[in-house]
Design a protein. Sequence first.
Lengths: 198, 198
Amino acid sequence: MPRPREFDEDRVVLAVRDAFWDQGYAATSMDDLLRVSGLGKGSLYGAFGDKRRLFLRVLREYDDANLRGLRERLGSAARGVDMVREFVLGVADDPTGAAARRGCLLANSTAELATSSPDVAAEARRSYEAITAILTEALERAQREGDVDPDAYAAEVARAVLAAQLGVVALGRTGMDVAVLTEVARSALARLLPAPSP
Amino acid sequence: MPRPREFDEDRVVLAVRDAFWDQGYAATSMDDLLRVSGLGKGSLYGAFGDKRRLFLRVLREYDDANLRGLRERLGSAARGVDMVREFVLGVADDPTGAAARRGCLLANSTAELATSSPDVAAEARRSYEAITAILTEALERAQREGDVDPDAYAAEVARAVLAAQLGVVALGRTGMDVAVLTEVARSALARLLPAPSP
DNA sequence: CGAATTGTTGACCGTACCGTCCAGAACACC
DNA sequence: GGTGTTCTGGACGGTACGGTCAACAATTCG
């Protein structure tokens, strides 16, 4: 009996995500969101609730997509160590530097909102723990494959790798030269992944 | 001939800094700043200009104080490597975790504003380059003192250490357990600072 | 004491904010 | 075709926003 939706929820979430990503949460107005989504006020509020709820949904979907992508890359990587390296080096992959300047929506949001919004902080913990688990798995595989020192504690290395990646993300946001950024990622990786004694 | 100021500029800058630090730039209103500074509107605008100018001044003074502190610690450290270790471990120093949750004003601001404000991005580049230089000096001293592999390229290690510290700062902001955060810092340091072959 | 200069206060302006609400439109089912 | 249900668009309200301004206060110098 009901009237059907005229819009695709996923498209709206993506459009809204980009707005939050580029401007930050507080600096993005509801008018901005209406503009980029193309919806009217009643539709947006009816389908997603207020600004805060919409943002949290966008953030969760962003994180979930991100985790799915990492698991896929782990599954398809030739070697476990490749996935770990790509995780860090990928931050500086775009030669124009645009992706690095944009950074990560989760990292940006955590920095902006963690103090005032426990939900965002909790989401960040959830996401980073999941990433750590994936990296740990990748590193354990790398140990079996002989690419990483089997005596290292994989979970500990995973956390250090995550920290390094987050640092590279933070540096990328400053707009520093992409070549230098790549060098930072490369040198951090070289030291964090202990090579097996031959 | 003029009427003297009734307030201390430095106190105002510190109070305003705390407001921006805790709430972020966009979420802090001019009314908030008037409240925490205790000034009237005319005084604040007369002495510091608009919100944006005031923020940039606060950020610059924060950075300068930060760099001064690092140089002092380098000067007073018993060994160069101690200063480097303290730089990373200090993030998780507060056992209550409050300092870690608060994070770094520069890192928070860069994540929130780098896209929309070139001034903030430039300030971040300036600050991180200066920190890299200080860390490089500390690491070169550590090499002379026999605490770090003399064959390592100090500037490269310095950049990796900075990335690791920024990563720990980012993780700290999520409110994760301080003990775990300390372990992350410790394990990253252990791998980033190549010990000299004995 | 008077003139000149700067600091202070808070009223005021126009705008933009977020969220609600309602009248009408579009469909499904009978 | 009628009825019930949801969706849509925009008008509307109350508030808070950043910033300006003018009147008044405090001081220094002549």
